[in-house]
Design a protein around this ligand. Structure first.
Ligand code: FDP
Length: 343
């Protein structure tokens, strides 16, 4: 960071170009793709910020593929991201929470496949609570093959070439990784640029915040119930009781976890036997970021990034955050593994 201070502020665009220049063989396509996402994020951020003063707030009356009501801003964010990716013609297909099947872009020879959650946490939009966009980028395994298919998009998270999120909070932040650490940018609205705020963000090894929707306590497995009790027990040596924080917007909850340490959990339960959150465009990208920051992300058993996907919209339980917290919850899950979920 010292060198960076001497050079003054660095914008997302400059940073991406500098990073690309470190790899002499790089074609610049991935850099272009990240810049496209950065541009769409600025446009979405502008709309999110004025949502309360325009009639863009509210539901558009339709439901998405998961039966959830679609807000106008979800659609706006989806359109902005997809059209930004279409413009530079390096992405062949997009899979988005808002679309049932794959979305084929104009360049079917494009190298990249992009997963999007255009506006995560959308039930928070109407109450002015932070929401986010999530992206996950893969290389096409058989470029040039005739037909684009869903099967080609089913790659495990460890194959992501880049992933990240944009958080529309009290300021708009963009965090991404290409597998070389986590870089974080803050949007300066006065100049309309994302400015580098951290070029190698690390998550604390241990944190004292647990984040889970405790309203669903009775639907959880025994291991999680016991872990949450553990978090609440007074023990100054282990800095307990921990604090409970739950925004209900995964990007915001994971971003807080990344900064302060601790754990964010969305488990399997009797309500959601496979968990609620989506593997391909929520859990994989955020797990890639958290792992690159030194944290861990598991589905209760193994690493999220190693799950072999079977469908583009599949769900998974997730336990994500500081390594020590994730290892501790795993201990509880393992100890109570024989006890099935009872509502
Ligand atoms: P939302 O339904 O508002 O889009 O992705 C789904 C998600 O939000 C996550 O962002 C959030 O963490 C979770 O659902 C909240 O679910 P609960 O209301 O069940 O806690």
């Amino acid at each position: 960071m010292a060198d960076q201070n001497k050079k003054g502020v660095i914008t997302l665009e400059e940073y991406i170009i500098q990073a690309q220049n470190k790899f002499p063989g790089a074609t610049g396509e991935l850099s272009q793709l990240l810049r496209d996402i950065g541009l769409a994020a600025k446009i979405i951020s502008r709309e999110v910020n004025k949502a309360g003063i325009t009639n863009i707030l509210g539901e558009d009356g339709s439901t998405n593929v998961h039966g959830e009501s679609v807000k106008k801003l979800d659609l706006f964010a989806d359109e902005q991201l997809i059209s930004a990716l279409n413009r530079s013609e390096i992405t062949c297909m997009v899979i988005s929470e808002e679309n049932d099947g794959i979305v084929e872009l104009d360049n079917d020879g494009g190298k990249y496949i992009v997963y999007l959650d255009p506006l995560d946490g959308s039930s928070n939009i109407d109450v002015n609570v932070s929401v986010g966009s999530i992206f996950s980028i893969y290389m096409r395994e058989h470029p040039g093959s005739d037909k684009l298919s869903e099967t080609e998009a089913l790659q495990p998270g460890i194959k992501q070439v880049a992933a990240g999120y944009v958080l529309y909070g009290s300021s708009t932040m963009l965090a991404y990784t290409t597998g070389l650490g986590v870089s974080v940018f803050t949007l300066d609205p006065s100049i309309g640029e994302f400015i580098l705020s951290d070029d190698d963000l690390k998550i604390p090894e241990h944190g004292t915040i647990y984040s889970v929707n405790e309203g669903s306590y009775h639907s959880w497995n025994q291991g999680l119930k016991q872990y949450v009790k553990y978090c609440q027990i007074d023990d100054p040596e282990t800095e307990r009781p921990y604090k409970a924080r739950y925004i209900g917007s995964m990007v915001a909850d994971v971003h807080r976890t990344l900064i302060t340490g601790g754990i964010f959990i969305y488990p399997d339960s009797s309500f959601y036997p496979s968990g609620k959150l989506r593997l391909m465009y929520e859990c994989n990208p955020l797990s890639f970021v958290i792992e690159q920051a030194g944290g861990m992300a598991i589905d209760g058993g193994g690493r999220i990034l190693e799950i072999e996907p079977v469908s583009i919209h599949q769900q998974t339980p997730i336990y994500i955050g500081s390594a020590k917290n994730v290892l501790k919850v795993k201990e509880f899950l393992d100890n109570y593994a024989s006890e099935s979920i009872t509502a």
